[in-house]
Write a protein that binds this ligand. Structure first.
Ligand SMILES: NC(=O)c1ccc[n+]([C@@H]2O[C@H](COP(=O)([O-])OP(=O)(O)OC[C@H]3O[C@@H](n4cnc5c(N)ncnc54)[C@H](OP(=O)(O)O)[C@@H]3O)[C@@H](O)[C@H]2O)c1
Length: 297
């Protein structure tokens, strides 16, 4: 089968599609034929040699949706032909082996590309917003509010009844308004713009960007425990970090159903076939997009 691999750390160009032996499902595992895979900045950080360092050669990608092709001994949750959503390290290729606890049933009405976007970005957005428990009357700042995680964190924050302000470039302002988010440009002068928009201050900051957002939040007097960042700078600024851990099966199933029902909005910025995986990561790494970049297999 074909799978994505890289033998040295670097940019998207180090990724190759190579012929590898098909994996065999062990006890409690399934062989899944991929239909789609989400790609994420965390893949990029690892591939560029940041922590956690993946031993080389390494595979690529952490989230997928596909069809169960075979079950290992004792694996009883799914049957051959079932559609599933899953996570793992490293999953992008024609087929992958995954243990039962890292798979959930995919609603058949859910498009493959949407399903493959849930385990990393959407699950993370849900747990990060819940960890701060925003209330009606609160003002919440979401940074990179139109991005892979931010697009969903924005929606989860809006539904708490809080007032939500989101940072984005001009091109994404209309999209944020459609979600019920008040857009503000990021970049120099952000603190002044936020003081003007929210003279009584910010109650919660959900960061998906990094240092500029956290420093602005601290400058505006937001308590450290009300700043949650998933961008890797929590230790640096002693702010909170709540992100995803593995696969919360109940949460992911609930999100899948909400996407089917239209209660949660999806946006796929770009879709590439597996053969164009390098272009897909180039698109992701351009840094300016709305929603998810997804591969189809
Ligand atoms: N630990 C975890 O559980 C976890 C899980 C998922 C992601 N993460 C991390 O969370 C971060 C965000 O991930 P993501 O998938 O949402 O990324 P992403 O989709 O690549 O983010 C793209 C967004 O970032 C915005 N952006 C670009 N430059 C910006 C700036 N200077 N200030 C504010 N926004 C800016 C862009 O807005 P415009 O297009 O409007 O310019 C775009 O909408 C990454 O660091 C990722 O590694 C952590």
């Amino acid at each position: 089968m074909i799978a994505a691999r890289y033998a040295r750390y670097g940019g998207p160009e180090v990724i190759e599609l190579v012929e590898v032996p098909e994996p065999l499902p062990g006890r409690g595992e399934y062989l899944v034929g991929l239909r789609a895979a989400g790609i994420n900045p965390a893949d990029v950080k690892v591939r560029r040699g940041a922590t956690p360092i993946a031993p080389l050669p390494s595979g690529v990608g952490r989230e997928f949706a596909g069809v169960v092709l075979a079950a290992g001994e004792g694996a009883s949750d799914f049957r051959v032909g079932d559609e599933v959503i899953g996570t793992g390290e490293w999953v992008i290729g024609e087929r992958v082996v995954a243990p039962e606890h890292l798979l959930v049933a995919k609603p058949t009405a859910l498009p493959w590309t949407w399903a493959a976007s849930i385990p990393v970005a959407i699950q993370t957005a849900a747990v990060a917003v819940a960890s701060q428990d925003p209330r009606p009357g609160d003002t919440v700042l979401v940074s990179a509010a139109a991005g892979g995680v931010g697009f969903f964190a924005s929606q989860f924050a809006v539904r708490t009844g809080a007032r939500v302000i989101g940072t984005a470039s001009e091109r994404n302002h209309e999209l944020l308004r459609e979600l019920g988010v008040e857009p503000v440009n990021y970049g120099p002068g952000l603190a002044e713009r936020l003081r003007e928009l929210a003279p009584d201050g910010l109650d919660v900051v959900l960061d998906h960007e990094g240092r500029a957002t956290i420093e602005t939040a601290l400058e505006l007097g937001v308590p450290r425990e009300r700043i949650n960042t998933i961008s890797g700078y929590d230790g640096w600024y002693a702010v909170r970090y709540v992100g995803r851990k593995g696969l919360d099966r109940e949460l992911v199933s609930g999100i899948a159903q909400e996407l089917v029902d239209g209660r949660l909005r999806m946006r796929v910025e770009a879709e590439f076939p597996l053969a164009r995986i390098v272009d897909a990561y180039r698109r992701l790494e351009s840094g300016h997009l709305a929603g998810k970049v997804v591969l189809t297999v």
